[in-house]
Design a protein around this ligand. Structure first.
Ligand SMILES: [Zn+2]
Ligand SMILES: [Zn+2]
Ligand SMILES: [Zn+2]
Length: 255
């Protein structure tokens, strides 16, 4: 059903062919903002369980076989967005195509510049859900831009508030003082730190801390499992050769 919904809403920049009830081939060439074409992407769609996965028909053919920074999973499937492939219906199929389109454009930018476009960035894995929760919580406080700043540049009120988090509990220290995010109750009183994270949408500072813990865990899980594809300028999987290696060496000298 999901594949039929995708077939029915296939846009002009893609060609959809059923292979069998659970598999389809898609050929895609999209127009970039510069009005030039992307490369041809020859894709395979697989409907497994309630979810449609998409990968290159020849994994590693045009794109890296795996690159977390480019949102290509270890099995070669694409991460086009949080739960993008789940439960696709006639209503949600056009959004799936939109995400695939954005993914193709981002791949071309990544291939040329070595960076994933930052506006399309969402934290890896389930950290993406926490990121959305934090963004919503920040938005309610009028801190949406400040939150994006914390994620992208590690500066601003939310980023500096992270210093006040107790790493053991994941909560802000000094629970009886006013929360740094400035959230107030209905009467306009600033919430206490010990309350802020468990009321309403939660405290964006506590959520941002949680997101960072999850992102770090995500990369730890991949280290040793996945080899860096070498196409990106900044990749946490590459730091064993220079970054972390030299840091350990420096530490070794002081002890
Ligand atoms: Zn890579
Ligand atoms: Zn707060
Ligand atoms: Zn890499």
């Amino acid at each position: 059903m999901s594949l039929s919904a995708l077939a029915a809403s296939c846009p002009t920049w893609a060609e959809f062919r059923f292979i069998d009830a659970r598999e389809a081939a898609v050929d895609l060439v999209a127009v970039r903002t510069s009005k030039t074409f992307t490369r041809l992407f020859e894709l395979r769609l697989l409907h497994l369980g309630d979810s449609v996965t998409v990968s290159e028909r020849e994994i590693g053919g045009t794109l890296p076989a795996c690159c977390p920074e480019r949102h290509i999973n270890p099995d070669g499937s694409f991460c086009t967005g949080l739960r993008a492939g789940e439960g696709i219906t006639a209503e949600t199929a056009p959004a799936w195509w939109d995400k695939l389109h954005a993914f193709a454009l981002c791949q071309e930018t990544a291939a040329e510049t070595g960076f994933w476009p930052s506006e399309a960035q969402l934290s890896h894995g389930y950290a993406g859900e926490v990121e959305l929760a934090a963004e919503n919580a920040a938005d309610q406080l009028g801190l949406r831009a400040i939150y994006r700043e914390a994620v992208a540049f590690d500066t601003g009120l939310i980023a500096s508030g992270l210093n006040k988090i107790d790493a053991k509990t994941g909560k802000l220290r000094n629970g009886r003082s006013a929360c740094v995010c400035g959230r107030t109750d209905r009467r306009g009183r600033i919430l206490l730190r010990r309350d802020c994270h468990r009321v309403g949408l939660g405290c964006p500072i506590a959520l941002e801390h949680q997101r960072r813990v999850m992102v770090a865990r995500y990369w730890r899980g991949l280290r040793g499992q996945v080899i860096c594809c070498g196409t990106m300028r900044e990749c946490p999987l590459r730091e064993t050769s220079d970054g972390a290696g030299s840091a350990t060496a420096a530490q070794g000298k002081t002890t």
